[in-house]
Design a protein around this ligand. Sequence first.
Ligand SMILES: O=C(O)CCC(=O)C(=O)O
Ligand SMILES: [Fe+2]
Length: 397
Amino acid sequence: MAKKPEIVNEPTISPYSSKKTENAQNTSKVIKNEVLSTQLHGLFGLDHYPNYLLRWNIADINKLENYFHQTLALISKQKQQLMSIYEITNEFKEGILHKFDYVRNFEKVFHPKFLENVDIDIKGDGKLYCNWNFNAISELLVEEIEHVYSFPLLCKEFCEQIVYHGKQFVTFIQNLSEKKEKEGEEKEKEKKQNTELLLSLKRCVLDWMSLHWLNDLLLNEIVNGIATKIYQSELYYNCKCVSTDPSVKSQIRKLNWRHGYLIGYRSKEELLKQQQITTSSDNLLFLRSELIPHTDDSEITLNICLTKNFEGGKLILHGLRNNSASTEDIYEIICQQGYAIIHPGRLLHQVTPVTKGERIMLIVWCRDTVNLRNQVCPCCWINRRSDTNCIAGDQWN
Ligand SMILES: O=C(O)CCC(=O)C(=O)O
Ligand SMILES: [Fe+2]
């Protein structure tokens, strides 16, 4: 006898609600995936086919509309938070690098070995360009393991200036958060909430510290200079959904999105002491002693070590995700002040516990939202898949 189909009631929990019971969490995960997949399919269909939604039924269109309303509300909320963060951080004037004229003073930025090997041009447009010719790449870059290179980048004095600037920044934020909000003043309350949000992020974002210029310099002249020469295969990404059209492949790809920040480490013992004594106001730069294995939200990551004389805090590399042959391998890098490591974001990596001293790194995640992510279907990108089972087919059709 045929089995009666089970009737499953549709759960009604909002995917974005933060108040979920434990039992609701799994269900909510399923719904969240459904929200995402419905939105992706909706967007894709609307973009590709005329009158696409005429194929849907009204209930599903209502669902799609509702999901986008929720997402739009989330976008607006986070944009508002970011704007308030800028309002707060624009008042930060104590740092020393806001208006640094790096074009005229580039010798004070780069490592002497970098300057020996990379020609720097200041063109008629007043901008600085690094010439990554064959000699520069082969003389400067050391291949640590496949896909990972190290090289001297910033001089010692400049590293120290960035650290000083970062410490001034967190002190500024900390002082703000300690200021008592004036009773009943909505604006003050909001400012206080956003200062707390800033503190909870555990990262000092370069743009918020008025170091946009450094973020841009590192993306345009360092990461792109190197990536276009040595990461061609990484930028096409080994996914069956990437176009096989040779004219697409021959385009030179440039990464166009960057997220640069400082991340600081101290030993567990120091962190404990830090919690008890609140007088040292640069504490906020040091909120961790290690970092668990992860991959980055980036195509290519640049990681520059700004401090010296710390112990522990080795960068451990496990190999590329989706490459079963290499995930077991472990390679250790001892980070040196002024030296950068460049690696694909999908390389699994972690940081071992710092046991002594201060370890502060400048990290830049770089992405390509124009070329690569335009070629990879969202489901493959999000799931980092490289197999042939993509529901969108071999090509993102
Ligand atoms: O601190 C480091 O060396 C690595 C930091 C890192 O992997 C990250 O911020 O994504
Ligand atoms: Fe990372």
